[in-house]
Design a binder for this molecule. Structure first.
Ligand code: TLP
Length: 340
């Protein structure tokens, strides 16, 4: 099966499995796991932040931001198609007790004027704005890169209003590699960052959050409170180190494959490309094929290709390190058969 449902499906390679086997471990709740400590140090340095913390998932990392930065009863501003809003089971509301204020963006980027206009607080009837969240790359916008200048503008206005900024950078390294801008530059315009090791970077488990030492100190407590304090977690952190030191170098292959897929689908009957491919995600609209999402996905699967539904009549393909250019050729043939 050629699995293009997500980059979460990547499996740890041999180098990672070996590193897991050989990992030096200790009790991480005591801060004594040398491999976790090393991963956290590498992540903090790479992002240019004071400290970092290994967390179980992207969803958990994003929750840390809400829990540390916000008070119950506050409001969090984010783009209307943000993963935090659509796909995290309302965790921010459930755990941090905040409500979400969404703003429609352009390819995932919020207009800074709209963000500023959405900030609330003085009126006794209104919640205070406790946090602004940005997602880069933006998943629902098809892996779109939110421009650095846009992040800078939002950060500047956030300083004026003294509101922290959190970056859901689940795929920040994809943005960095495609835009040829170090992750540090993106992270500069944030108070906290979450990025995933277990997506395009190919580690089996985990995300990192980074920020000031004070932010991480509080996040560590929240992680424990939520039952995310792991013990000999070095076996999970070891592939994370390889993800950062080795696998980042290969993300551009995923981007090339996504563009190759887009080129192949461009002129196919009934297929409309939804997004400009910046990174590793391609969305297609299949309305004209007259297939339902379910049916389209089912037929693709019969031809050996897995894809996911991503909105009404929209199918998502995500290239990842388990996919070669040859696999893309097979996927193109499969789509051609489904639409013909
Ligand atoms: N995204 C998954 C699904 O949940 C949709 C995927 O297949 O793309 N932020 C962003 C931008 C994400 O895309 C995801 C996962 C997360 C956070 C959550 O990460 P995990 O799955 O580790 O909790």
């Amino acid at each position: 099966m050629i699995d293009l449902r997500s980059d979460t499906v990547t499996k740890p390679n041999e180098q990672m499995r070996k590193a897991m086997y050989e990992a030096e471990v200790g009790d991480d709740v005591y801060g004594e796991d040398p491999t976790v400590n090393r991963l956290e140090q590498i992540a903090a340095e790479t992002l240019g932040k004071e400290a970092a913390l290994f967390v179980t998932s992207g969803t958990q990392g994003n929750q840390m931001a809400g829990l540390v930065h916000c008070q119950p009863g506050q409001e969090v501003i984010m783009e209307s198609q943000a993963h935090l809003f659509l796909y995290e089971a309302a965790a921010l509301s459930a755990f941090a007790g905040v409500q979400i204020k969404t703003i429609d963006g352009n390819r995932g980027a919020m207009n800074p004027n709209d963000v500023e206009a959405a900030i609330r607080g003085d009126d006794i009837h209104q919640p205070e704005t406790g946090l602004i969240c940005i997602e880069n790359t933006h998943n629902k916008a098809g892996g779109a890169i939110v421009p650095l200048e846009n992040m800078e503008q939002i950060y500047q206005l956030s300083r004026k209003h003294q509101i922290p900024v959190h970056l859901d950078g689940a795929r920040l390294f994809n943005a960095s590699v495609a835009a040829q801008i170090p992750v540090k530059e993106f992270a500069k315009y944030t108070d906290s960052v979450q990025f995933c090791l277990s997506k395009g970077l190919g580690a089996p488990v985990g995300s990192m959050i980074a920020g000031s030492s004070e932010f991480i100190r509080k996040a560590r407590k929240w992680r424990k409170r939520l039952g995310g304090g792991l013990r000999q977690a070095g076996v999970l952190a070891a592939p994370g180190i390889i993800a950062l030191e080795e696998n980042v170098k290969h993300l551009d292959e995923d981007h090339e494959n996504a563009k190759y897929l887009a080129d192949g689908l461009q002129n196919m009957d009934g297929i409309v490309l939804v997004n400009q491919v910046d990174t590793n995600i391609l969305l297609i609209d299949i309305t004209e094929t007259k297939h339902s999402n379910e049916n389209f996905i089912h037929l693709l699967k019969e031809h050996g290709v897995l894809a996911g539904a991503f909105g009404p009549n929209v199918i998502r393909f995500v290239t990842n390190n388990g996919i070669t250019k040859k696999d893309i050729d097979v996927a193109l043939t499969a789509v051609r058969k489904v639409v013909s």
